[in-house]
Design a protein around this ligand. Structure first.
Ligand code: TRP
Ligand code: ZN
Length: 868
């Protein structure tokens, strides 16, 4: 490569040479030639009289310093170095950009007919030359000029301070954001929308205008987002005491978007997937996803915007904390157990896999080539688990004291992860010295626990050892501070009070050493321990439970999460056994008493339907691969399918009864109704594998009055390869081919189709009118699900799956490197497969590595994978 991309290191952080206190922007919007004028007030902070400004893909038209044309500057590769500057000056820069050619969707681009921006992490430098770093905070004034008819709405951050019309059919609007912010929170939108409006009155009595902008004709899909926004604002006041700080809050839904949504101050831009929903177009999962993402972006207003990040290595400061907040929001509004289960599934599945991959990194990375590569499950989800552990160690009230102190100290500034931990520590008096290692150490720790009951002394002792495997760049690991939440049960299911030397012991044990023992006294009979309750730390747990203990915990553990976890451990045990046996040419086999334990769950009168649905959900293929260093694709796939069929056959009567008893004729988006549909539809996913499957599934599809039941039927038909599958797919495509977002569900099914000519069918789907590789949602639905959710076809020994992935990646490397870089993840894990597959995947990575225009995003990942 001509220019080797350079890594940046956390340890090299330097505070800015200058500061920009305000910037005045004017955008004259045209598809091919948008003119951006930027006038900034700049002040020198150190001794340097040269100023470096980031800038990429810009046409420089003019530079003036305090009204004087300036020629003493150099245009560098990715920026501008201006020399011999006075201590304080006004910087005026005019640049030109071409939004219509921007397929990377970073900076200013066109989504459908609208102009919009995406500036996090480093997109503002594609708009104008600027100090594009999060520790430079300025107040923004933005004037947007565009055609009046095509772009009736001209939006930016803050409050509207002026508007007017111009000659030649153009008009303008000017906005001012009173809150100083880094450039990554800047946003501009210009387009023709329908608007849903509401008003929220804050607890101190201020009225905030709420506006949700959607494509024309989509107004009936905006109300759920509005309800979620109002719920978020209320919840943040009640639980965190945090109030919104502007008079207007806008959300714009766009179809072309690289990620979920973006928390730009006062003007969130959303992937339309996380806004648009009605019962005909969206599933229950979509509804809950919208609630979570609307909440997430809203909560960033305090954790991200009011207090932002000093540098991008601190990303988890805002993301881990904000994910924690959105998880708590969803848990307070819905079922805490179901939310916890689903969050833990992500951590144990995909995050643990990332921790075991070449991309393994601590939640606060030390070294970054392309920042976009670090919006990861580790920074977000493990980051949230780290915040959750602090919450567990401090308790809610001290945690809230810590939040208060954090805002007292850092409101209006750019802070570090260390600042956050220090505030928590200082406010609570809890020592977090050793705990800080969670920020710097990567990899998934393993806790190995054993126990001894001493009948003579009536003691029960737990021996706990911790070990974190080496990860790339981190050979030696230190012992972490791990909160281990436990409970002990007697044979009647009563919790035994924990005492040591007669003194009460808290149920969260502090694991701090490589090996540690805990002795509990006053214990009359061998207890059954419930360990790592609530998944109190993001670790792998090993404890030699026998079946009886797990079945006991499934029905007697006091908390729902622990019950679910016991069921998962039981399933995992027999899956592992079967996978080994099948790999040796043996057959699937499952003891009847294990099946009976799940029968008991299905027959329970006291458990919530939503929770039963989680109890009988099998671990995903990807989660199972995480149990192994070397993955036997065929054996795992066979065992998972055999387990599903076996449970379907043995529990057919119970599943059928549940299926029929949970029928609802009205569709309501309420937690109880959602739970009933979840259980009914998982029952259908089993029944699809029985004799009546085809008929039941087809009937549900034909009579469904909502998207949840429609997609459940199609998913069941797809997974069980039912006869009706193709007819249902054809019917759906005919109905929805005009709507890309609704077609995404269809593309996802084509991508994950287990039938053996799936790749040929997938290639045909790429010709579908609704498909485009330029749209990240379409690409993720079709291609992403093939790479991630179609193990048998993607890993086909013919190698066609890998070659196909390579072709797509080479194309996307040019059009949208950020999306390409997310798609490539499954290929990075090639070392987990057999030799033949390894060499075929490696071949694709080598081809990418050899490209002379390889983007930084793929460069970083491909090289990490190949050097391992
Ligand atoms: N900060 C955003 C969030 O978590 C995510 C984000 C980061 C993003 N980079 C992006 C979104 C690029 C879209 C495009 O909420
Ligand atoms: Zn976020």
């Amino acid at each position: 490569m001509a220019n080797m991309p350079q890594a940046k290191y956390r340890k090299d952080y330097q505070s800015p040479s200058h500061t920009i206190s305000n910037i005045n922007l004017t955008f004259d919007l045209y598809d091919r030639m948008t003119t951006v004028s930027a006038i900034s007030t700049v002040k020198q902070l150190k001794t340097e009289t040269s100023l470096y400004l980031d800038g990429e893909g810009l046409q420089l038209k003019e530079i003036q310093i305090s009204g004087e044309n300036w020629s003493n500057y150099e245009e560098l590769d990715a920026g501008l170095l201006i020399h011999q500057l006075p201590e304080e000056f006004e910087l005026r820069i005019i640049t030109e950009i071409s939004p219509i050619d921007n397929t990377a969707l970073e900076g200013l681009y066109k989504s459908g007919g609208a102009f919009c921006t995406q500036c996090e992490a480093e997109g503002f430098r594609r708009i104008t030359y600027y100090m594009d770093r999060p520790d430079v905070l300025a107040t923004f004034t933005t004037k947007v000029v565009a055609d009046q008819v095509e772009y009736p709405y001209l939006l930016s951050n803050g409050n509207k301070i002026g508007e007017g019309s111009l000659a030649n059919g153009r008009h303008w609007v000017q906005w001012q954001d009173p809150h100083p912010k880094p450039a990554y929170l800047f946003a501009l939108v210009a387009g023709n929308f329908d608007v849903l409006r509401d008003v929220f009155t804050t607890k101190s009595g201020r009225n905030v205008d709420l506006e949700i902008f959607v494509d024309r004709g989509n107004l009936d899909r905006a109300p759920h987002a509005m309800t979620s926004l109002i719920n978020s604002m209320k919840w943040d006041e009640e639980r965190f005491g945090l109030e919104y700080d502007l008079d207007i809050y806008m959300v714009v839904a766009v179809d072309f978007f690289n990620m979920g949504a973006m928390e730009n101050k006062g003007l969130n831009v959303f992937n339309s997937k996380y806004v648009l929903a009605n019962e005909k177009t969206a599933t229950d999962t979509d509804y809950l996803g919208i609630e979570a993402v609307i909440g997430h972006e809203y909560f960033h207003n305090w954790t991200g915007n009011r207090v932002t990040c000093r540098d991008w290595f601190q990303l988890s400061l805002k993301e881990g904390l904000t994910v924690f907040r959105d998880q708590e929001f969803s848990s307070d509004l819905g079922s805490r157990a179901v939310n916890r289960i689903n969050n833990v599934r992500v951590v144990r599945g995909a995050q643990f896999a990332e921790d075991a991959s070449p991309m393994s990194h601590p939640i606060r990375p030390e070294k970054v080539i392309e920042m976009n590569n670090f919006y990861t499950l580790t920074v977000y989800e493990k980051g949230s688990e780290v915040i959750r552990m602090i919450h567990t160690l401090l308790g809610e009230s001290k945690f809230q004291m810590g939040m208060k102190l954090y805002f007292q100290r850092h409101d209006g500034t750019a802070a570090t992860c260390e600042d956050f931990v220090a505030a928590m520590e200082d406010a609570s008096g809890v020592d977090l010295e050793q705990f800080r290692l969670w920020y710097s150490q990567s990899g998934t720790p393993k806790l190995t626990v054993s126990s001894v009951f001493d009948a003579e002394h009536k003691t029960f002792s737990l021996s706990v050892s911790q070990q974190t495997p080496a990860t790339p760049g981190q050979e030696e690991k230190q012992a972490l501070h791990i909160p281990l939440d436990i409970e002990l049960y007697d044979k009647h299911g009563a919790a035994i009070p924990l005492t040591s030397n007669g003194e009460p012991v808290h149920h969260v044990l502090d694991i701090k050493k490589p090996n540690q023992s805990f002795v509990f006294d006053g214990i009359d009979e061998a207890p059954i321990p419930s360990l790592l309750r609530e998944f109190s730390a993001p670790v792998k747990l090993e404890y030699d439970y026998d079946d009886k203990a797990l079945v006991f915990l499934m029905s007697h553990a006091k908390n729902d999460f622990a019950r679910w976890d016991a069921g998962q451990m039981l399933l995992a045990k027999y899956l592992k056994e079967n996978i080994a046996r099948i790999a040796d040419g043996g057959n699937f086999d499952m003891p009847l008493d294990v099946i009976d334990a799940f029968r008991g769950v299905l027959l329970s009168q006291s458990l919530e339907p939503a929770f039963i649905a989680e109890m009988i959900s099998l671990p995903s293929f990807n989660e199972v691969t995480g149990w192994y260093d070397t993955v036997n694709i065929e054996a795992i796939n066979f065992a998972l399918k055999a387990l599903k069929m076996n449970l379907a056959k043995e529990l057919e009567d119970e599943l059928t009864a549940i299926y029929h008893s949970l029928y609802q004729d009205k569709y309501l988006v309420e937690h109880e109704a959602i739970g009933m549909r979840a259980l009914r539809n998982i029952a259908l996913s089993y029944l699809a594998f029985t004799e009546t499957g085809n008929q039941l599934v087809e009937q549900q599809y034909r009579s469904s009055n909502n998207m949840t039941d429609t997609i459940a039927a199609m998913t069941a038909a797809n997974s069980a390869e039912l006869e009706c599958r193709d007819a249902l797919m054809a019917d759906y495509s005919e109905k929805w081919s005009h709507d890309g977002l609704v077609m995404d569900k269809w593309f996802a099914l084509q991508g994950s189709n287990p039938c053996n000519d799936a790749l040929a069918k997938l290639k045909l789907s790429m010709e579908h009118d609704a498909f485009s590789l330029k749209n990240p949602n379409r690409t993720r639905s079709l291609i992403g699900s093939f790479l991630n959710l179609n193990p048998v076809n993607f890993h086909s020994l013919s190698g066609e799956g890998y070659q196909f992935a390579g072709e797509i990646l080479r194309e996307m490397n040019e059009s949208n490197p950020q999306v390409a870089s997310r798609l490539i993840d499954p290929l990075l894990k090639f070392k987990k497969y057999d030799e033949i597959r390894q060499s075929m995947i490696k071949e694709e990575l080598l081809q990418l590595q050899a490209l002379d225009n390889l983007a930084k995003d793929l460069f970083e990942k491909v090289n990490k994978a190949l050097e391992m």
